[in-house]
Design a protein around this ligand. Structure first.
Ligand code: DAH
Length: 365
């Protein structure tokens, strides 16, 4: 190819236009390869110098090399320009507004569910009284949920539990979702010797659903077994718990006779409350009563089922609804909202994760 001055000018202005139009580093690199790469338009022109006569080369040499140098310079200049533009764009995008309020970390933004909070409060209160926490499986056998707790087969009290049964494998007895936390009484007696002082928080299940019942709910079971545990001890423990939990200095309790297969005698406990203000219940004052839990002395058959000799050991037990006492303490009207996983509800009723309840620091402050 014999480049004349006109051709070089056309090529130069085309290359300079391409360079000016390159919008990023990739585009500029493409232009560079097209001009100065091994097979680039300028490189091909340089190759033609070898075949020229000395006179031709004297004219074309400086012309083509001049073109090459100007294109090289334009490429470098455009590259630097793009780099500066990128830095400027980044500076704009990454500005830090130091007047903005500090954003809460995820750990600070999260909220503890009222059920978890109440379980922590319960653990703090009973832990202070020397109780340990025990747990058991949600899927239970008929034996632990009923028979060992002195519900004879065919006893009408079984029907009252609205039990969810699981599909049984061929030839096996159907397992069930535990209807109460009481089966953990038996499991604990089997696993450890008295003295036993435990509380058992956990999920329980019954076929039931309305504003104050959900198919899954939570119970707190308590169990004390030694050689002398008696009703007076039970009364003290429950009274101390209720005062600490509802954060009142004093509170009257009323014990009414009741029936549970696993206790004898069985009692139902009401606590003093005031319902005179609309939409509000206050504990430890007023002339009203509210049922709060069931309790009693552990039935000899239950001790036997747990492998203990009722002539040697005796004890008391109680059970109450965790969801219910949470609703009462924190004024939440509908139980179903507990399990809707609605972030708005949780940020309203939930608790700050770093405020762990303790007796000395205040349970709910
Ligand atoms: N298991 C009973 C229920 O779910 C509650 C209960 C009552 C538990 C009396 C006890 C007790 O340990 O002594 O209805």
């Amino acid at each position: 190819m014999n480049a004349n001055a006109g051709n070089l000018e056309v090529l130069e202005s085309a290359l300079l236009a391409d360079i000016a139009a390159a919008a990023d580093e990739q585009a500029i690199e493409a232009v560079r390869i097209a001009a100065l790469g091994k097979k680039g338009s300028v490189s091909e022109l340089l190759k033609t110098l070898g075949a020229m006569t000395a006179e031709e080369r004297q004219v074309q040499g400086p012309a083509i090399n001049g073109l090459k140098n100007r294109v090289t310079e334009a490429l470098a200049a455009r590259k630097a320009e793009l780099k500066n533009a990128a830095v400027a764009a980044r500076l704009v995008a990454e500005t830090l507004d130091v007047t903005l309020p500090v954003r809460q970390s995820p750990a600070e933004r999260g909220r503890i569910h009222p059920i978890s909070q109440v379980i922590d409060e319960i653990a703090a209160i009973f832990g202070d009284m020397g109780f340990a926490i025990a747990e058991g499986p949600d899927i239970e056998t008929d034996h632990y949920n009923f028979t060992a707790l002195n519900f004879p087969v065919g006893h009408p009290a079984r029907e009252m539990h609205d039990t969810f049964f699981l599909q049984a494998a061929e030839g096996n007895e159907a397992k069930l979702l535990r209807t109460h936390t009481s089966p953990v009484q038996i499991r604990t007696m089997e696993a450890q010797k008295p003295p036993i002082r435990i509380v058992i928080p956990g999920k329980t299940y019954r076929m039931d659903s309305d504003a104050t019942h959900t198919p899954m709910f939570h119970q707190l079971e308590g169990l004390v077994i030694d050689r002398t545990a008696n009703v007076a001890n039970m009364r003290w423990v429950l009274e101390e718990f209720c005062k600490a939990f509802f954060e009142v200095p004093s509170l009257k309790m009323r014990f009414r006779p009741s029936f549970f297969p696993f206790t004898e005698p069985s009692l139902e406990v009401d606590i003093q409350c005031d319902r005179s203000r609309p939409g509000e219940v206050r504990f430890g004052e007023g002339n009203d009563w509210m049922e709060i839990l069931g309790c009693g002395m552990v039935h000899p058959n239950v001790l036997r089922a747990g492998g203990l000799d009722p002539d040697e050991y005796q004890g008391f037990a109680w059970g109450m609804g965790i969801d219910r006492i949470a609703m009462l303490k924190y004024g939440m009207p509908d139980l179903r909202a507990f399990f809707d996983a609605d972030v708005r509800w949780l940020s309203h009723y939930g608790f700050r994760p770093l405020d762990m309840p303790t007796l000395f620091g205040g349970l709910s402050t």
